[in-house]
Design a protein around this ligand. Structure first.
Ligand code: FAD
Length: 371
């Protein structure tokens, strides 16, 4: 029998399966579609800076531990699968146009300083050196403040998911696609199986990692959660050459350049239920932002647009832990805008719980029963 049946093969489920396999546990990942094709595929792969030495709150620990693990996992995944997941410590620029935005960035920089995370305010000369592609829009006087955080990184998330899935398969993890979990079989305080469209599947433990759809499954277990889908739309440009180096952040929107000249521009935050369509007005706003900021994008063609459903939570924190009245059922979901970033540390924490070891952090802020 498998040690763990993992419901949902996004970045959270696949990272958990990978971590469990490294610790010698056998898992079976089931996904109602193809693995790694929902929010985890749709995201931009921005990994903000963090510092483990200064992490006090469990949330800071999750961010910082993931920050520490990503370069290690990326190297090991490359060795195991030959797939380069595109992890690059490219640095991030933060732009403010209004006084309010400048104040928000000053607050962010001071928080970074408290956590001993490098972040500097740039003047015109420094911007020329660090991100010359932004100099023309700086020259229009559009920005009140510009900051640079050299420790920000990016990941080509579709490739990372391919690498995770390949590494899992290589380590004997069973991955079953087109298998939808519809319910659970319970015996007193334990789950014994899940009911699916292809029959009943048994395991010793169960982990629900179903992203934005987790709320439906938890309801089957009489657990109410605040997990809800928050749609994000994205525009992909294609350029002949990489037009800039750094991740460019402006409020909740951003531009990310990949090594092959593709540029991702995102994103919106919309409550649209489980509707994954795109809308012309959001796409056109994103397109305009990109063409205004980076002159090289004015002539670039749009290759593709899409949207994805982030697993949002009412307080912005993920749900990670054991499901209260069940001895062998766990959840890891609701990572909202940070699921790609937080996946390795989430996997590490959940693997501890599954092995009956004390977790490295206090999981109270992430408890699944918090409504
Ligand atoms: C536009 C956009 C940009 C983003 N940018 C970033 C970013 O830059 N950095 C970052 O860290 N995060 C980013 N995110 C957020 C990140 O993508 C998510 O937090 C993360 O992917 C969530 O991973 P997940 O595995 O929980 O969910 P998902 O990737 O959605 O995976 C859940 C899986 O569960 C499966 N499933 C659902 N129900 C069932 C069922 N009943 N039975 C079987 N399988 C089921 C689904 O098919 C799916 O494959 C972004 C998201 C979006 C949409």
């Amino acid at each position: 029998m498998d040690d763990c049946l993992i419901v949902g093969g996004g970045v959270i489920g696949l990272s958990l399966a990978y971590e469990l396999s490294r610790q010698g546990l056998r898992s079976h990942v089931v996904d109602r579609g193809a693995v790694g094709r929902e929010a985890s595929w749709a995201g931009a792969g921005i990994l903000p800076p963090a510092n483990l030495q200064a992490a006090v709150h469990p949330w800071d620990w999750l961010r910082a531990r993931s920050h520490e693990l990503y370069p290690i996992w990326s190297g090991v995944l490359l060795d195991e699968t030959g797939i380069d997941n595109g992890y690059r410590r490219c640095g991030g620029i933060y732009l403010a146009r209004s006084a309010g935005e400048a104040a928000a960035l000053a607050g962010m920089a001071s928080l970074f300083r408290d956590h001993q995370i490098s972040c500097q305010r740039l003047d015109a000369e420094q911007l020329v050196e660090i991100e010359p592609a932004l100099v023309p829009s700086w020259a229009t006087g559009a920005f009140r403040a510009v900051y640079f955080a050299p420790d920000e990184a990016q990941l080509r998330n579709p490739r990372h998911l391919q690498a995770l899935a390949a590494a899992c398969r290589g380590r004997g993890v069973q991955i079953s696609e087109g298998v939808q979990v519809r319910g659970f079989v319970r015996d007193a305080d334990r789950l014994t199986a899940v009911e699916t469209n292809v029959g009943t599947l048994r395991a010793a433990n169960f982990a629900v990692t179903s992203g934005a759809w987790t709320g439906h499954l938890l309801q089957e277990l009489h657990v109410s959660s605040g997990i809800m889908p928050i749609r994000g739309q994205m525009v992909l440009f294609r350029c002949r050459r990489k037009p800039f180096e750094r991740i460019i952040n402006e409020g909740s929107r951003y531009l990310v350049a990949r090594d092959d000249g593709r540029v991702l521009v995102g994103s919106s935050e919309e409550e649209a239920g489980f509707d994954k369509s795109t809308t012309p007005w959001v796409l056109s706003e994103l397109e305009q932002l990109a063409r205004d900021l980076i002159p090289a994008l004015r002539e670039a063609e749009i290759e593709r647009t899409w949207s994805g459903l982030r697993p949002g939570s009412f307080d912005g924190l993920p749900y990670i832990g054991r499901i209260a009245d069940l001895e062998n059922a766990y959840v890891a979901a609701g990572h909202y805008r940070s699921g790609l970033h937080l996946a390795p540390a989430t996997a590490e924490v959940l693997a501890c719980l599954l092995r009956n070891q004390p977790p490295p952090i206090d999981l109270v802020p992430f408890r699944p029963t918090r409504g």
